[in-house]
Design a protein around this ligand. Structure first.
Ligand SMILES: Cc1ncc(COP(=O)(O)O)c(C=O)c1O
Length: 385
């Protein structure tokens, strides 16, 4: 097939024919197990039948309705998000991508913090959205980096001109799956509270069950002022949300600004989000994430023990896992071999990343581990020859 897509990222030449559950099939009929959930979006598995039905049903009613009407689907999704987040009497707004939602949440925080407080605090190597305020502009004078797990660094931060903390609790985008310590995050959140700095839980990747709780902040026992969701909220359909607590809502209503996008609060995306949450609960998806996540972690740790000169470290929380190789190992070669063998995994900085659908079973994990084991055995034999 002639290529006419701008190659902003590199992909293989294979053409996808079907994405179903934990699997993707290419045009030659080859089957892949997807340990990336697309781009960490399909937490219920690709084209989950309940999501497909919700899309079909809602698209017969209203895809998009415009600003002159309210719609039931967005109201319903907001109530569901408020319930699972634990915000009483807060509110949400819905957009399409995680980046848009992060951007808007920062805009809200800056608005409420006054003109003098311009800076955004984050833990170093957080993603901080794809545009606007992000790390892409590394000389961005408005970004302050807290060094992960460095308590002394927290003491040196000047909070007086910081408007907001954008907190990512499991970095897989810029970072290679690293988690801040619980006491560090709690201290950071406490300092923000003492200094009137709003806290945004940026849950675009960690949200919707990925870490074994609905949201990462619940794993860390902190109370944010806003929560941003995206990716898995639509299970592959683009919908994202900013959800604010009652205090933020009250202040915002007193100083509201106009913010309107074409696909804001669209009924289709919101109907999908409602069905995603229902499916999570009725199919006990988070329970599966915890159970299978433990087993996956144990299997990776067993590989580390078996091949100590090849595997440097295993990092894991729920179904966000990483296997970092020792410097002497060429992880990219192993990644290519895994792909040829029918496994899609993430790879960066000599580290393999695994964020499979939360519906994955031990069977698919065992299949991956068996192939990985054979590859590592070979590598180990070469190193020790
Ligand atoms: C933590 C985090 N936030 C935001 C985003 C951006 O989301 P989107 O690609 O939907 O704009 C990503 C994308 O990978 C992410 O990992």
């Amino acid at each position: 097939m002639k290529k006419s897509i701008i190659p902003f990222y590199s992909s293989s030449d294979r053409i996808v024919e079907k994405s179903l559950g934990c699997f993707q099939y290419d045009s030659e009929g080859k089957k892949f197990i997807d340990f990336e959930s697309g781009v960490w979006c399909s937490n219920l598995g690709h084209s989950h039948p309940r999501i497909v039905s919700a899309i079909n049903e809602q698209s017969r009613k209203s895809l998009h309705s415009g600003y002159r009407f309210r719609n039931r689907e967005s109201e319903q999704l907001s109530l569901e998000l408020l319930r699972i987040i634990g915000f009483e009497d807060g509110a949400s707004v819905f957009l399409s991508s995680g980046s848009e939602a992060v951007d808007l949440s920062i805009k809200i925080a800056k608005r409420l913090s006054g003109k003098k407080k311009k800076k955004i605090l984050k833990i170093r190597n957080s993603y901080l959205s794809a545009y606007g305020y992000g790390e892409l502009s590394s000389d961005n004078p408005h970004v302050v980096n807290a060094e992960r797990n460095d308590f002394e660094c927290l003491d040196r931060i000047d909070f007086s001109d910081i408007a907001v903390l954008v907190l990512e609790l499991g970095g897989a985008s810029v970072d290679t799956v690293r988690f801040p310590a619980i006491d560090y995050v709690q201290k950071l959140a406490e300092l923000c509270r003492e200094n009137s700095v709003l806290v945004i839980a940026e849950e675009v990747t960690t949200g919707m069950g990925r870490l074994g709780t609905w949201f990462g902040f619940q794993t860390y026992g902190i109370s944010p002022d806003m929560v941003v969701t995206g990716k898995a909220l639509g299970n592959g359909y683009p919908v994202s949300a900013v959800t604010v607590n009652y205090e933020v809502l009250k202040k915002l209503k007193n100083d509201l600004f106009i913010y309107a996008q074409s696909h804001q609060n669209d009924p289709l995306g919101c109907a999908v989000g409602v069905e995603v949450i229902k499916t999570f609960e009725e199919e006990h998806v988070i329970e599966n994430c915890l159970k299978v996540g433990e087993c996956f972690k144990a299997r990776l740790q067993a590989l580390k023990e078996a091949y100590p000169n090849v595997v440097k470290e295993v990092r894991a929380q729920g179904l966000m896992l990483a296997l970092e190789f020792c410097e002497s190992t060429d992880g990219s070669k192993l990644n290519e071999r895994l792909f040829k063998a029918g496994f899609v995994v993430g790879y960066k900085q000599n580290t393999m990343r695994f964020l499979p659908p939360l519906t994955i079973t031990e069977r698919e994990i065992d299949m991956l581990i068996a192939v990985l084991d054979a590859l590592l055995k070979n590598e180990y034999a070469l190193i020790n020859a």
